[in-house]
Design a protein around this ligand. Structure first.
Ligand SMILES: Cc1ncc(COP(=O)(O)O)c(C=O)c1O
Length: 477
């Protein structure tokens, strides 16, 4: 037993409770600090400078210790070498202990076997699965698997270099061409990770003289990209286009480049923005518009071509189409599609592209084949819409709080309490339904929820039985 473990065990439960509350409050404060209020632009880069030991005017020099003379001996310095004393880790332990005391099983890192289908195997148990964003049922599809296997036979499992040097393969270009054509734009670049795509793209395109204005519910990868870029950052309330317009009216003139970042379909809430309205605003204020299509591709539009198809818009009206290959396209990686100059710039400068290995050929081949099937079989998208709409209707009839969901794929059941969300997820698990609770601090405590990813392969019976079980367990909360 570590000395820390022994010390924690000797705490009274009242003290433990206080520590948990303090730790939650601390996280809340950190979060509030991260998301500054409308009307107060903050420098996205500043917090990271403090943390990584660099400062205004340039990085700290290697020959200049940051806090000279502050430490006296090795024993004192040893504390900074202990992973188990790291404040982030200690907080995690306190939260885990709190959950264990309340009798809540850890809902994370559960071991599932087989493909992420409408049903999934956990040990001996077969569960209806709502925890995977395999919207079109293409992860595990035989033709997608076959394409990946053929690519392994031809190219091997790794391209073994950055594409800039010697990792470029024809399959990369085929995939990029197909994605550019899907959006109706000049070119596209694929990255090995969707998260890294946003981080690297923002860090490359904007800097300290620029401003990024983003929907308050934007994905973490966009926030980290802004932080890395050093650009100023301002959130606007979720889908509040008037608020966005007000911010730009007030602040636009003080910056060089201004980028507006939104999601094509919000992955936590299942709603989508008024894209024509956003385009009008960004034009009026001479700003770029980035639309993250991670959860919209394969989901919105009649054939799954995303939010631009839903609104019947020309792809060139959006400056930066960002998307991921990990969701409807059954693979891994991300992309940016748009003007040739944008793509060429990213290919030569974005750190997550230049200094990272090229996408493995089987991943590129899987995404390309999934895209082909999506285009050839629009019935998958229609079935997804039917199932999701039915889920939403039934859930609303039963009094479940489904938030803003538009009923296309993502449907939250908002409990407004992490404890209730964890209990509800465990109760459904016992009834053979796998659905992930989304708990604080992933969302604010008031927004804690279950999140159902509906996919086109869920049957009508599965949807009805699930909502019945959900409504019964919801009433018992
Ligand atoms: C909106 C959004 N953008 C980017 C990402 C990152 O994509 P990936 O998981 O493919 O790295 C995600 C992941 O869930 C996401 O939801």
């Amino acid at each position: 037993m570590s000395s820390d473990g022994a010390a924690r065990r000797s705490l009274t439960s009242a003290l433990k409770e206080r520590l948990i509350q303090q730790s939650l409050r601390l996280r809340e404060l950190n979060r509030e600090g991260e998301l500054n209020r409308e009307g107060e632009p903050s420098r996205g880069g500043e917090p990271s400078r403090e943390r990584d030991g660099t400062r205004e005017g340039g990085p700290a020099r290697e020959d200049e210790p940051a806090r000279q003379g502050q430490h006296t001996g090795g024993a004192e310095l040893q504390q900074w070498c202990r992973f188990d004393q790291h404040p982030g880790y200690r907080q995690l332990q306190i939260l885990r202990e709190g959950a264990a005391r309340l009798g809540i099983d850890n809902p994370y890192f559960r071991l599932h076997d087989g493909a992420a289908a409408a049903a999934i195997l956990r040990g001996e148990r077969n569960l209806i699965n709502y925890s995977s964003y395999n919207y079109l049922g293409l992860a595990g599809h035989p033709e997608v698997n076959a394409a990946a296997k053929a690519a392994i036979d031809h190219y091997g499992t790794s391209v073994s270099a950055s594409r800039l040097v010697s990792g470029e393969r024809p399959i990369h270009r085929e995939l990029e061409r197909a994605l550019a054509d899907l959006h109706g734009v000049q070119d596209c670049v694929v990255f090995v990770s969707g998260h890294a795509t946003n981080v690297s793209t923002l860090a490359t395109l904007v800097g300290p003289k620029d401003l990024v204005v983003h929907d308050a519910l934007i994905h973490n990868s966009v926030l980290l990209g802004i932080q890395l870029s050093g650009a100023h950052r301002m959130p606007f309330a979720h889908n509040d286009l008037q608020g966005l317009d007000r911010l730009l009216t007030q602040w636009r003139a003080q910056f060089e480049r201004v980028l507006v970042a939104v999601e094509g379909l919000y992955g936590m809430d299942g709603d989508f923005p008024d894209l024509p309205g956003l385009i009008a605003i960004k034009r009026r204020h001479h700003a770029w518009l980035l639309v993250d299509e991670a959860h919209s591709l394969g989901v919105l539009g009649k054939t799954g071509a995303g939010i631009q198809e839903h609104f019947g818009l020309d792809g060139t009206q959006v400056d930066i189409w960002m998307g991921t290959l990990s969701k409807a396209l059954a693979s891994c990686g991300g992309y940016v599609a748009g003007e040739a100059a944008l793509v060429e710039h990213l290919k030569c400068s974005a750190p997550g592209f230049v200094y990272s290995v090229g996408m493995p050929a089987p991943a590129a081949a899987a995404a390309l084949e999934a895209l082909r099937i999506m285009r050839a079989e629009p019935g998958r998208v229609q079935r997804l819409h039917e199932r999701a709409r039915r889920f939403l209707e039934l859930a609303r009839q039963r009094g479940i709080d489904t938030g803003f969901s538009a009923g296309r794929s993502v449907i939250p059941a908002i409990t407004r309490s992490s404890l209730k969300a964890a209990r509800l997820s465990a109760a459904l698990d016992h009834r053979g339904i796998n659905v992930q609770p989304i708990l604080y601090p992933a969302v604010p405590e008031q927004a804690a929820r279950l999140r159902f990813f509906v996919c086109c392969e869920h049957s009508e019976d599965q949807i009805r039985d699930t909502v019945d079980a959900l409504a019964e367990e919801w009433r018992r909360l």
